[in-house]
Design a binder for this molecule. Structure first.
Ligand SMILES: O=P(O)(O)OC[C@H]1O[C@H](O)[C@H](O)[C@@H](O)[C@@H]1O
Length: 283
């Protein structure tokens, strides 16, 4: 019986763990505990995650595509620290690999604080990500604040979803939610009236969203379920021309629908407390 195969691969300079399971396959970069691929074996085996053909694989540089983990802050930092935090550009350790009774494969990765992380975020802490590669892809995150002061924290599972053409995508599960349009002066708060279709540069933070969003595209759909409270929808559109690791010709191939806890949904992790969040992707 085939139970699974694990292969250490490498893009120049960055180790990758390739998981071939009975129910699905995945690739994880140890830098960032960064999912780069998920292909469920059922339903024709379509890749759910987009990876930029121009992605740069270099220590300390965020990889464009997949599911970067943005934390312990999301987006720009008021003091000019690196955008989206340090977790996505830090080297994580693989702690456990386990084949579960249903044939899914679980991989646990951890990142502990260091002098370098404490210089950016003054907390002893332990980040842990459990990845379950089955018919669905499940990410379970915990962040333990091991310091003696409360830690302000926000995070996003920054999923780049692979679609045939972003212009044909319809996103449901955000209707009647308030969103912050980060592209408009004053970042107004607006109401999403129904389903969302992305037809231009888009960068919105939806607050207090329902658990599930469905992204319908011309070849099928991708479903996201998460217990987090925010959703970010982003596509750089023609601005991709100015992004060396995307390029004008590639923005059609993805839409980012990111789940997390950001802006009003950011949290304070009490001293000794633990933040937990999960997200599942499926067709
Ligand atoms: O270029 P990055 O730092 O990876 O950020 C890429 C994008 O991430 C999120 O979607 C933000 O909402 C965008 O404002 C940002 O441009």
């Amino acid at each position: 019986m085939f139970l699974g195969r694990f292969i250490w691969g490498e893009e120049p300079g960055l180790p990758l763990l390739q998981i071939e399971g009975e129910l699905g396959s995945a690739v994880i970069a140890l830098q960032g505990a960064h999912l780069l691929s998920f292909i469920p074996k059922a339903k024709g085996g379509r890749e759910l995650l987009w990876r930029s053909p121009k992605a740069v694989f270099a220590q300390g540089k965020a990889i464009r595509g997949g599911v970067p983990l943005c934390m312990p802050w999301f987006g720009a930092h008021p003091s000019g620290l690196p955008s989206h935090g340090f977790a996505r550009v830090s080297n994580w350790d693989v702690l456990e690999v386990e084949i579960l009774s249903d044939g899914a494969i679980k991989i646990a990765l951890e990142l502990a604080d260091s002098a370098a992380t404490r210089a950016l975020w003054p907390h002893a802490c332990l980040f842990r990500l459990e990845v379950i590669v089955g018919r669905t892809l499940s990410l379970q995150l915990s962040v333990e604040n091991r310091s003696d002061t409360a830690a302000l924290f926000s995070q996003a599972f920054h999923s780049y979803l692979a679609v045939p053409d972003v212009q044909d995508v319809v996103i449901s599960g955000l209707g009647l939610c308030t969103y912050v349009d980060t592209l408009l002066d004053g970042r107004p708060r607006l109401l999403q009236e129904g389903d969302l279709s992305v037809q231009a540069l888009t960068d919105r933070v939806y607050l207090d969203v329902p658990a599930e969003q469905v992204i319908k595209h011309s070849a099928g759909q991708i479903k996201i379920v998460s217990d987090t409270h925010s959703a970010i929808v982003w596509n750089p559109w023609e601005g991709a021309a100015k992004m060396a690791d995307v390029g004008a010709e590639h923005y059609h191939g993805f839409v980012c629908v990111e789940r997390g806890d950001v802006l009003d949904n950011a949290v304070s992790i009490a001293a000794g407390g633990v933040y937990r969040a999960s997200m599942t992707l499926s067709e």
